[in-house]
Design a protein around this ligand. Structure first.
Ligand SMILES: Nc1nc2c(ncn2[C@@H]2O[C@H](COP(=O)(O)OP(=O)(O)OP(=O)(O)O)[C@@H](O)[C@H]2O)c(=O)[nH]1
Ligand SMILES: [Mg+2]
Length: 344
């Protein structure tokens, strides 16, 4: 059997990385670097072929190969790869291995998606899909000739699960002193940006993130709209406005005027300063009112999953390759049988 290596986990900076080796030289390669053959998982200090320290790892026999859990910084991954390539190992795509008992390509695709989940909802979805996804896909493929319309529906539903796997990005725009930086700090529960009455306090984009109802949301505070200002301030402002993320919240403080652009979501900020008896507008938020912050967070989560959830059984996430194949099916370039043979 040829010698192969596969990274089972996405590259991280300081996280763990999981490397899988297959082939007749896999055990020889590891033995030459400090591993003592064992049926049980073993903790080992691995060395390079030249005897330098490589990494402290766990090695286990799994799925017909050897799985090495190492410290996955880019330098460690590069060092492992250099050693493996020098020893004649070739890189192999994880989707082609029967790992973790995933016997079909569909299950392997879901396992890959699982490593990319950015939310509890994403993990929940993958666990649902490992158990029921194949059945759902098979039932859908056997509906007769899947015409373009139902396939498109499936593709649209998969688009709705996008934020299970990547964080939703919210940008905060508005005039100076609207309370953008205060809102960033309040949403993220941390003091990330300076706050104060001095107009134009924020000069650069400041990023934070928070989790709500199982979703991760990234928030970007931006410089406020300020008449005049230095050349540098104007440039920083223009640069910040080039990014819109997935949604822009435009903060309007009491007495301010909402913007004309209908693509911006208007949020009435500093709403605790409104006169008593003043009717609160639908999207009103105050950093001094926890309930208003919770409402805003829930509204941001709702935007990410328009009626789609694993619990409701109507979510259908697709990895890039299955998505391509279903697009080809919608266009008539691939048949349902071909999809079945390849994925199920
Ligand atoms: N009462 C009240 N005051 C607030 C609220 N949010 C912000 N403020 C105050 O409004 C002032 C401006 O807040 P910032 O968060 O710095 O405003 P900003 O939009 O980031 O301003 P620039 O960075 O200059 O564009 C500060 O004095 C805050 O304490 C709020 O919800 N209620
Ligand atoms: Mg600010």
């Amino acid at each position: 059997m040829a010698n192969h290596f596969t990274w089972l986990s996405a590259p991280g900076l300081a996280a763990l990385s999981v490397l899988h080796l297959r082939g007749e030289s896999a055990a020889i390669f590891l033995r030459a670097r400090g591993w003592r053959d064992s049926e049980k998982p073993r903790h080992v200090w691995l060395k390079t072929a030249r005897g330098d320290a490589l990494d402290e790892v766990m090695i286990a026999r799994e799925d017909g190969g050897l799985t090495v859990t190492c410290h996955g910084g880019p330098a460690v991954r590069a060092a492992f790869e250099a050693e493996l390539r020098e020893a004649g190992f070739a890189a192999l795509d994880a989707a082609s291995l029967p790992l973790f008992g995933a016997t079909t390509r569909y299950k392997r695709e879901i396992l890959r998606l699982l490593t990319q989940a950015q939310s509890d909802e994403g993990v929940r979805y993958c666990l649902w899909a490992l158990e029921h996804g194949e059945q759902a896909l098979a039932a859908w493929l056997s509906r007769g000739d899947p015409s373009a319309a139902p396939t498109k529906d499936l593709l649209t539903r998969s688009e709705s699960t996008r934020y299970f796997f990547e964080p939703f990005c919210v940008h905060l725009w508005g005039p100076v002193n609207a309370g953008k930086s205060s809102l960033l700090n309040a949403l993220c529960g941390e003091h990330l940006a300076a706050v104060g009455d001095e107009p134009g306090l924020t000069r650069d984009v400041i990023e934070g993130r928070f989790e709500h109802e199982g979703f991760t949301i990234r928030v970007f505070d931006t410089p406020g709209e300020l008449a005049g200002g230095s050349e540098l301030e104007r440039r920083a402002f223009a640069q910040a406005r080039e990014q819109r993320g997935d949604c822009v919240l435009y903060l309007v403080p009491p007495g301010g005027a909402p913007p004309a652009d209908p693509s911006l979501l208007v949020v009435h900020s500093r709403s605790d300063e409104l006169a008593p008896g003043h009717e609160a507008p639908p999207w009103a938020v105050s950093v001094r009112d926890e309930a208003s912050l919770a409402r805003l967070k829930s509204a941001l989560v709702e935007m990410q999953r328009p009626g789609v959830s694993p619990q409701a059984g109507n979510a259908f996430a697709l990895g890039a390759e299955l998505r391509r194949d279903l697009e080809a099916l919608a266009e008539g370039a691939l048949g349902a049988d071909e999809i079945r043979r390849k994925w199920l």
